[in-house]
Design a protein. Structure first.
Length: 389
């Protein structure tokens, strides 16, 4: 019998150094798709796994449910390796990143939590809801330019009542990478670092274990579809976070139905509320295994190359780049404006060239991935240089 983390034999060896041809063959998005920071079209591996497991469930017999439930362990093992070879017991599957952030917000002891201003709403509402119940109080942290939340900025905002810092590893507006190791050092061992990794996991090689509680969804850069995600909890997080939202599957002897309240599990399983879909877990495992097989470093290098080309293209067309340009500071996102041209007009020109982007009232956002070809950059160039003067 294959181990839970056996990599499908259909996976080809990664291409030569600097190339991701073998990886790109697993995907079928349109050539001009540049919206991975919003949604990453899943691989054929994810689709095939979903179909196979659904078919297995449709022909259920006495062993089917137990066999399908093994997909959870497979996904957790892959996630543990992706984070940095942490114990699989430190990982729990989630249906989305928001669920993990609510676990943090309602599990923290009383005090204040530093949260960057203009964070993505998923990393704002949990703290607001917890504040309504008098558990913790969010304190807004104003980033420097490009959405930079630096260790020094955090240091200046720390107070005696600060119990945690919560932030995104990569800023969704500009692609700026937070210095997780530096922030971890600044806040010290007496405060928790809560990290939303959804805009960086699988595409940026960051020190993920600097976080005490790390949450991510799988629908963006991990390209595993919606309703996928995981949580990593450090020993410090397990010690300090109260399992307020723990459900029946997150306790000791969860399979014993004796009408008694059981103690929370001692590991990350305590963050489980109920059973998740084993079909989704298997699909998530397939997506994670593809990233592991290819290597985050390879994907990151390819994305960095395409990102630099997109920055040059926007600049050459007279655009203003709002993202940091240094490779070590960004993670695949190029936010920009075109002076004297409304974002909606720019978006229409991009759409005419078959380019898919994120459009917001004050900017546009391009985001490439490991399967993005140079032809996509050419499409952007044609769209921007054809704008009315």
């Amino acid at each position: 019998m294959a181990s839970p983390l056996s990599v499908p034999s259909s996976l080809p060896a990664p291409g030569p150094a600097g190339g991701l041809a073998g990886y790109a063959e697993h995907f079928a998005e349109t050539e001009g798709y540049l919206d991975f920071a919003r949604f990453g079209p899943p691989s054929r591996d994810v689709l095939d796994t979903t179909q196979r497991l659904l078919e297995q469930s449709a022909h259920a017999d006495a062993a089917t449910v137990d066999e399908l439930m093994g997909q959870e362990l497979r996904a957790r093992q892959a996630a543990a390796r992706l984070i940095g070879d942490v114990p699989v017991e430190a990982v729990a599957l989630l249906p989305n990143a928001s669920t993990g952030l609510f676990h943090a917000a309602f599990g923290l002891p009383h005090g204040t939590v530093l949260v960057p201003a203009r964070e993505f709403p998923a990393n704002a509402y949990p703290w607001l809801r917890a504040a309504r119940l008098g558990r913790v109080q969010p304190v807004s942290l104003e980033p420097n330019g490009y959405g930079r939340v630096t260790p020094e900025l955090v240091r200046q905002a720390l107070a005696a009542e600060t119990v945690a810092v919560a932030l995104s590893a990569v800023d969704y507006r500009t692609g700026y990478r937070a210095d997780l190791a530096g922030i971890r050092e600044v806040i010290g061992p007496d405060r928790l670092l809560v990290v939303d990794a959804i805009q960086g996991m699988g595409v940026a090689d960051l020190p993920w274990t600097a976080a005490d509680l790390l949450v991510t969804g799988g629908q963006k850069w991990l390209r595993s579809g919606w309703s996928t995600g995981f949580l990593y909890a450090s020993p410090r997080a397990l010690e300090r976070l109260e399992p307020t939202l723990t459900g029946w599957t997150g306790v000791v002897d969860a399979g014993v139905f004796d009408s008694q309240e059981h103690a929370p599990a001692s590991d990350a399983a305590r963050f489980s509320v109920t059973n998740l879909s084993p079909v989704t877990a298997g699909a998530f495992a397939a997506g994670l295994e593809l990233v592991l097989h290819t290597g985050v470093a390879r994907i990151q290098a390819h994305v960095a190359e395409r990102t630099a080309q997109l920055i040059d293209t926007v600049r050459s067309a007279g655009g203003v780049v709002l993202s940091p340009e240094a490779e070590q500071e960004h993670a695949g996102i190029v936010a920009f404006t075109m002076p004297r041209t409304e974002p909606g007009v720019v978006a229409a020109s991009l759409a005419e060239q078959g380019v898919t982007v994120t459009v917001r009232p004050d900017q546009l956002r391009l985001s490439a991935h490991g399967s993005t070809t140079l032809a996509a950059v050419d499409r952007v160039h044609r769209a921007l240089t054809s704008l009315p003067v």
